[in-house]
Design a protein around this ligand. Structure first.
Ligand code: AMP
Ligand code: GLY
Length: 420
């Protein structure tokens, strides 16, 4: 089959790496890709936010299957355009992508099906939002309604912070994403990421992982897109998984179908778990990054069969074959990330690193200049390893990290601390 993956991060490198191992994969194109992806697939340069351009590329190149990596093209309806052109596509249409693109939409769905999540209020003007904060007290969480690349969430531990976050959002600091604001009860507990394949009718749990959101060791510093991950997440016991499926995932999927917007793709269920009870923090409509990297490392070639079965509505026949293994990924980022950082520094030491079923360097923000790998983004490399235990995976991953020669980068030394 001819396969096209949309995206350019470590998530898409990991997807490409897994898909490529499947014998059904004849030709693999990633748009736009990055320097690491270019080592294992063809890269194509067109605007993946432009549904017409994606359809044109797919039809001109006889693409049999499109896998959409990030949320942004899903939120503007690229999957709908592909399906309308009879191209098989993994990922939800625009209506179902609201589960990530609008926090108010998700909260309303949760309320309709009684799924456990934080209490909330939804506001279109600052005064009402501030009254709500004054009435509820702190800690409280202020969120821009729309897509804000992970930056539209302010955890306020005092009233002044909450009130100024409300002003910032309504004054346009987060652009259109902040035109509406959701204010939530602050939930305590342990966070986990749970991934469920959904074909519009059936659901299939794919795996669990834990991310590390803060920039620095000890969960200090600013929030980021994620500085490292491991899989499985011990907090996701069979009992917690069963509760999550019964109380949150299945009711949400049934409600989406009932409203005429069945969800097809990977549902990323962000959870807060306390005393064995999961509550929903958020849904995303795509794989997590870097959670995808550890899931792909563990699942390998079968990923393609699972995504294809999902897109073709055959999930009831599919199953996930888990090995009793662990994977861990360390994100190497450019100094200054998540704020300003320099681009263009040269990364050395990558050639000598092992690349096999237990060791992979997934590239995120990289490019090629004069035959050398350079940093072109905030999160730059995802050093990923697999092992029989989490400790073994971690030792292998940091062994590789130590061999990378990149003075302009930084990383966390404590990925996996919670589980070890
Ligand atoms: P979100 O973009 O909704 O995932 O929020 C980003 C991060 O903020 C989450 O991963 C949590 O760590 C935190 N967060 C969001 N909502 C809440 C909440 N209601 N209570 C506690 N933490 C939250
Ligand atoms: N790592 C969290 C996310 O992808 O949203």
């Amino acid at each position: 089959m001819n396969i096209l993956i949309l995206g350019s991060g470590g998530r898409e490198h990991a997807l490409a790496w897994a898909v490529k191992q499947n014998p059904k994969c004849d030709r693999l194109v990633v748009a736009p890709g990055n320097a690491g992806i270019a080592m294992i697939a063809e890269c194509a340069d067109f605007d993946i936010m432009d549904g017409g351009a994606v359809v044109d590329f797919a039809t001109e190149n006889a693409v049999d299957f499109v896998i959409v990596g990030p949320e942004a093209p899903l939120a503007v309806g690229v999957a709908d355009r592909l399906r309308a052109a009879n191209v098989l596509c993994f990922g939800p249409g625009q209506a179902a992508a609201q589960l990530e693109a609008s926090k108010a939409f998700t909260k309303e769905i949760c309320a309709a099906v009684n799924a456990p999540t934080a209490d909330y209020g939804h506001f279109t003007d600052a005064d009402a939002a501030k009254d709500y904060v004054r009435a509820k007290g702190t800690p409280i969480v202020v969120k821009a309604d729309g897509l804000a690349a992970g930056k539209g969430v302010i955890m306020a531990f005092d009233q002044a912070t909450a009130l100024s976050a409300i002003d910032d959002m309504f004054s346009g600091e987060f652009g259109a994403a902040g035109a509406e604001v959701v204010i939530e009860e602050f939930m305590e507990g342990e966070e986990a990421s749970f991934f469920v394949l959904c074909d519009g009718v059936d659901v299939l749990a794919m795996g669990t992982a834990q991310d590390h959101k803060r920039a620095f060791d000890g969960d200090k510093g600013p929030n980021t897109g994620g500085m490292g991950a491991y899989s499985p997440a011990p907090v996701m016991t069979d009992d917690v998984i069963a509760k999550t499926m019964d109380e949150i995932v299945r009711p949400t999927m049934a409600e989406m179908a009932r409203r005429g917007m069945p969800f097809q793709g990977i549902l990323f269920v962000g959870l807060m778990i306390k005393d064995g009870q999961p509550r929903l923090v958020e849904y995303n409509v795509r794989f997590g990054d870097p959670e995808c990297q550890v899931l792909m490392m563990r699942l390998g070639a079968q990923v393609f069969d699972l995504l294809q079965a999902c897109a073709e509505g055959r999930l009831s026949e599919a199953q996930v074959n888990w090995a009793d293994d662990h994977a861990l990924s360390v994100v190497m980022a450019a100094q200054g990330y998540p704020a300003g950082y320099e681009k263009g520094s040269v990364i050395g030491g990558l050639d000598g690193l092992p690349e096999d079923r237990s060791h992979m360097v997934f590239h995120a923000g990289t490019g090629l200049r004069d035959g050398k790998i350079i940093a072109t983004g905030g999160r730059v490399l995802n050093i990923t390893a697999r092992g029989r235990s989490l400790a073994e995976a971690r030792q292998r991953a940091y062994g590789m990290v130590d061999a990378v020669d990149w003075a302009q980068g930084f990383y966390r030394r404590d990925i996996g601390w919670r589980a070890l």
